[in-house]
Structure formats: structure tokens, C-alpha cells
Write a protein that binds this ligand. Structure first.
Ligand code: ACO
Length: 320
């Protein structure tokens, strides 16, 4: 059995912060941010929480799938910024959607989290353990950034995305994942406060610390490698892939990956101009957008790839 996506949903907070808004609080400008990252705006929580956003995305996925929430057997939430350590965000989602028969737990692999949770769900389904699994990526990066550090605060936004996997007969999903803890110092994050943007009285210990160029080089090297690894497991070719849905960290990273793979950039959809980098939420928000626009057709081959802190990176090839 394989997990087919039978419903998707996403949620971003209504409060928008443009590049011009950011230029009022740090020494930056719209042109620099767009040119170096492709980001135009980001949605930022104002009182909402990570598990609230996860629950809203999940409700939309349930509606899109038409399934009864009582059928869901497992809820996985990929997040590194839940407002509580426990209860886990997955249990909050269970309560929100009324998935009374579901087990649930959270999984943290930063920006790679959704793809790893997706792979975990596929493994459960192919082993015959579960038939219906809700997979969510949700993060409130605005709680973790240092709003006085222009090199990082411009990059992130908040949001959540969800996909429901339903067991069906069919071509298996092919996957790979790796970690490199030795290089973990390139990107670290602590979160000491919750509940949204706090530019004044910011706790200086709660921030993301990043060696931007090291992360850039890591992503541009490792993402093409893992995509080739998955293709080789599937005995497939790059030309067989219809959509490369990559973690939306930076437009230049995605363009460099497409170039290395000698694949047309049109197969690499992007939405980071609107949402920036929402960490574990970027891949499912993009999947939901493509699904709702009717841009994914049954039988098309989709390659997911996530990469981020840890360092971690993962990929999955599956049929829509
Ligand atoms: N506005 C204006 N100027 C800035 C800003 C800003 N927001 N930030 C940095 N600068 C300045 C620097 O001070 C520097 O000035 P200098 O030349 O006078 O010293 C200059 O711009 C160049 O700085 P670099 O850090 O060299 O800029 P770079 O081209 O490397 O771009 C960036 C920085 C965008 C962070 C890039 O390294 C990058 O995209 N890295 C990937 C990291 C990433 O995407 N992380 C996301 C989180 S991790 C993840 O999701 C996997």
C-alpha cells in the first residue's frame, strides 16, 4: 500500500509584514531582500499559536478530503516552535478536528520536518499499520527570530500546511533522509518566549543564529544529491518528475538546485514572495496552493525535498 494525498489545507495569519515594514525596524530595504531571497512579504502571528495554525490547516484538509475525522488514525505535526512542549501540537489538532480515534505526536527536524513526517506516514502505511494519516508542518518563526538582526529576521514567516494520506494500492513512495550533526552549528535556534512578534524587550537569548553562506552551500549541494539518490531508488529519471516541491528558504537556492539538476525552473513552483520561509510549513502550504489551483493531476510524479537545521535533509518521490 502507498499513501495517496486525499486532501490538503493551509493557514497563514492575516497580519502581513512587508519588506518596507521591516525597513522601519532594521537597516534593510525591499530591493536587497527581493534580490537576495525572492521574499516580498511574510504573514506573522498576532496572538495565534503554532497549534492553532496547525488545527486550522487540518480543518481545511479534512474539508478538502471529504473524510470523517474519526477515520484518521495518526496525526503527525512537524514543528520546532510549538507554544507548549506538552501537550504536543498533534493532540491540540486532534481536539480541534475531532479525530477521536487518532494517535498523535510531534516531530522536530526544523525546516526538513514536514518531509520527514511525510516519509514516516508513508512507512506506517506501507507496513500496513495505519490507513489514514494527517501530516502537518506548522511553525511560528516570528517567536524565534531576533528582530534586531537584519541578516535573519527578513527571512522568516509564520504558517501551517496539512495533507491527509489515505492508503491505496499503487506505485510505492521512494524516500531518503540524512543528518549531519557535526555541522549543526551553522543554524541554531532557541525559543524562550511565545505569542508573536515582540520587538521591544526582546529576550536576546531567544533567536535564530545562522551562518547564511554555509547554509546556502549545504542546500545547493545536498538537495540535488538526495534527489538523485531517490531517483536511483525509484529507477526513474529527472525528466519523469512533473513537480519539484522544495522547501521555500530562498529563491536563489531553488534556482541553483534547478540549474545543478539541469531542469527547467518552471518545474520548481515557488511562493516565498508571499510567505517567506515558514520552516516546516513551506512544503505543505505550497502543496495546498498547487492542489487548490488544480495544478497537480492524478498520476503526476511529485518530488518533495526539505533541508535545514540539524543539519538535516530529506526527499520523497510519490505519485499524485
Ligand atoms: N539588508 C541589507 N543588507 C544586508 C542585510 C539586509 N537584510 N543582511 C545582510 N546585509 C548586508 C551584510 O551586512 C553584508 O554587508 P557588507 O558587504 O557591507 O559586509 C552584505 O549585505 C552581504 O551579506 P551576506 O551575508 O554576504 O549576504 P548573502 O548574499 O550571503 O545573503 C542570505 C544573505 C540571504 C542570508 C544568504 O546567505 C542565504 O540565502 N543563505 C541561505 C540561508 C537561508 O536561506 N536560511 C534560511 C533558514 S535555513 C533554512 O530554511 C534551510
Amino acid at each position: 500500500m502507498v499513501g495517496k494525498i486525499c486532501g490538503t489545507g493551509s493557514y497563514v495569519p492575516p497580519h502581513v509584514m512587508s519588506n518596507d515594514d521591516l525597513a522601519k525596524i532594521v537597516d534593510t530595504n525591499d530591493a536587497w531582500i527581493r534580490e537576495r531571497t525572492g521574499i516580498g512579504r511574510r504573514h506573522i502571528i498576532k496572538g495565534e499559536t503554532t497549534s492553532y495554525m496547525a488545527g486550522q490547516a487540518a480543518l481545511k484538509a479534512v474539508e478538502d478530503s471529504g473524510i470523517d475525522p474519526a477515520q484518521i488514525e495518526l496525526i503527525l505535526v512537524a514543528t520546532s516552535s510549538s507554544e507548549t512542549v506538552f501537550p504536543c501540537a498533534a493532540c491540540e489538532v486532534q481536539k480541534t478536528i475531532g479525530a477521536v480515534h487518532a494517535a498523535g505526536y510531534d516531530l522536530n527536524a526544523a525546516c526538513t520536518g514536514f518531509v520527514l513526517a511525510f516519509n514516516t506516514a508513508q512507512a506506517y502505511i506501507s507496513a500496513g499499520i495505519y490507513k489514514t494519516v494527517m501530516v502537518i508542518g506548522a511553525d511560528s518563526m516570528s517567536c524565534m527570530v531576533d528582530w534586531t538582526d537584519r541578516s535573519t529576521c527578513i527571512l522568516f514567516g509564520d504558517g501551517a500546511g496539512a495533507a491527509i494520506l489515505c492508503a491505496e494500492e499503487g506505485e510505492p513512495a521512494f524516500m531518503a533522509a540524512h543528518s549531519d550533526g557535526v555541522k549543526g552549528e551553522a543554524l541554531t535556534g532557541l525559543s524562550r518566549h511565545r505569542g508573536g512578534w515582540k520587538p521591544e524587550g526582546e529576550d536576546k537569548e531567544s533567536y535564530i543564529h545562522m551562518d547564511g553562506q554555509a547554509v546556502f552551500k549545504f542546500a545547493v549541494r545536498k538537495v540535488p544529491e538526495i534527489i538523485e539518490e531517490v531517483l536511483s531508488k525509484a529507477d526513474a529519471e529527472l525528466e519523469d518528475i512533473d513537480h519539484f516541491v522544495l522547501h521555500q528558504a530562498n529563491r536563489r537556492i531553488i534556482e541553483a538546485v534547478a540549474k545543478r539538476l539541469k531542469t527547467d525552473i518552471s518545474k520548481f513552483p515557488m511562493n516565498l514572495e508571499e510567505y517567506a520561509n515558514t520552516s516546516a510549513a513551506t512544503v505543505p502550504i505550497l502543496l495546498d496552493e498547487l492542489n487548490r489551483k488544480g495544478q497537480l493531476r492524478r498520476g503526476e510524479k511529485v518530488m518533495l525535498s526539505g533541508f535545514g537545521a540539524g543539519l538535516t535533509w530529506a526527499a520523497c518521490l510519490f505519485e499524485w
